[in-house]
Design a protein around this ligand. Structure first.
Ligand SMILES: *Cc1c(COP(=O)(O)O)cnc(C)c1O
Length: 395
């Protein structure tokens, strides 16, 4: 017996649900890649990506996922042997650092915690100790999609500035761009990167990078540059070189549509929608946690992300069974625990093209699963989410 006919709902942190308009935008012939239409499409997207990152710097589009965009950021500004400081808050910055290490950088991890956001004081202390300025770049994620931590990038940027340390500040916004405030220039970020398939509601396959003047200065001396990722190669007037070859035409159609929808909603409204729906999820999880079997991975409420919530599952219960029930019986796909949380957690994504019925439906299905699998939980999680939205979303 199942109740899963109809559209399966992806509540995983990427790829996320794509709006029908985005899917439809791709259902058309390719463009002549040398046409004026193509050039205009690229120009409009590069301009709007810089607007999303909130920078006067330059943006670049790669045919790549987030891992590719990581490589793009590193190869353009670093040289072999350069020291990179990775700010740990879960899994993703560590993996970005691992790429840097494999590419020939010397990587130091500023020890963090899978259950906490980055502490700016720790960053400050490490940078002040680096009197010779051997650290060339600092890597951090805005949201760690594994732990569910949301880092205060503005505070970290301010701290770096206060120390007067010249290292480039590089930030991963794959799980946050378009969903929560991000101010590349104002927050003192030199390089930012993102991907298409999470908050930006577009198929996987596009990676984005933005770089400011300081980063482009470092780029001139970087020796890890390779032809595909190279900013200089992409800055010529010839359109073909902006993608180092054929443009990913259909993904660009999709992205154009997605960004149009985001701007039509208004970025502040989109951020507020994510805050409201993220809090709805948290209200439900808080109630479920009363049963002592489930809990937040991030204990500090202010450090929880508005795009993904990581829920710990006590050792008496198997999160994989819960996920399987939700998917196979009810058609809702939740995220598994990854990294240190493998087998110990599940993740609820609430980023991108999400609305109240999607989130309440997802929470409702989780509650069905908790009941069906006899996992102890406080009663009334969905009701708490409903109450929150009713109080917060005024007529
Ligand atoms: C998903 C994700 C990535 C990796 O992106 P891929 O497209 O899977 O390579 C990197 N960083 C963060 C924060 C992510 O959430």
């Amino acid at each position: 017996m199942t109740v899963r006919a109809g559209r399966e709902f992806l509540a995983i942190p990427g790829p996320t649900t794509m709006p029908d308009e985005v899917l439809q935008a791709m259902h058309r012939p390719a463009l002549d890649i040398y046409s004026e239409q193509m050039v205009n499409l690229t120009d409009s997207l590069l301009r709007d990506l810089s607007r999303l990152f909130a920078t006067r710097g330059k943006s670049y589009i790669y045919i790549a996922n987030g891992h590719g965009a990581w490589e793009a950021t590193l190869s353009n500004v670093l040289s072999r042997g350069d020291k990179v400081l990775v700010l740990e808050s879960g899994r993703f910055a560590i993996n970005w650092g691992a790429a840097a290490s494999a590419m020939g950088a010397e990587v130091e991890v500023l020890k963090g915690d899978w259950r906490r956001a980055i502490r700016p004081e720790a960053v400050e202390a490490r940078l002040r100790a680096d009197k010779g300025h051997s650290i060339k770049a600092i890597l951090a994620v805005q949201v760690d999609t594994a732990s569910g931590a949301c880092n205060d990038i503005a505070a970290i940027g301010k701290t770096i500035k206060a120390t007067g340390h010249p290292a480039l500040f590089m930030v991963d916004t794959v799980a946050s761009l378009g969903c929560m405030p991000f101010e590349m220039d104002q927050w003192g970020i030199d390089v930012a990167m993102s991907g298409s398939q999470k908050g930006l509601m577009t198929p996987p396959g596009l990676g984005f990078v933005a770089a400011n003047e300081r980063a482009r200065e470092a780029h001139k001396k970087a020796n890890l540059r390779t032809p595909y990722w190279d900013w200089t190669e992409r800055e010529g007037t010839e359109h073909y070189r902006k993608y180092a070859g054929t443009a990913p035409v259909h993904l660009l159609f999709a992205l154009r549509q997605a960004i149009d929808m985001l701007f039509a909603e208004g970025l502040p409204a989109a951020f507020e929608r994510h805050r409201l729906l993220g809090e709805a999820v948290r209200r439900a999880v808080s109630v479920w946690a009363e049963g002592q079997a489930l809990g937040f991975n991030i204990p500090e409420a202010a450090e929880r992300s508005n795009t993904v919530t990581t829920v710990l599952v006590g050792s008496d219960h198997d999160p994989v069974k819960l996920l399987r029930y939700c998917k196979e019986k009810c058609g809702v796909v939740l995220g598994v625990g990854i990294g240190e949380l493998q087998g110990k957690a599940f993740r609820i994504a609430h980023m991108g093209h999400v609305n109240a019925p999607m989130i309440l439906g997802t929470l409702g299905v989780i509650e069905v699963a908790l009941n069906a699998l006899d996992i102890p939980h406080g009663r009334g999680g969905v009701e708490a989410a409903i109450d929150w939205l009713g109080e917060s979303v005024k007529p």
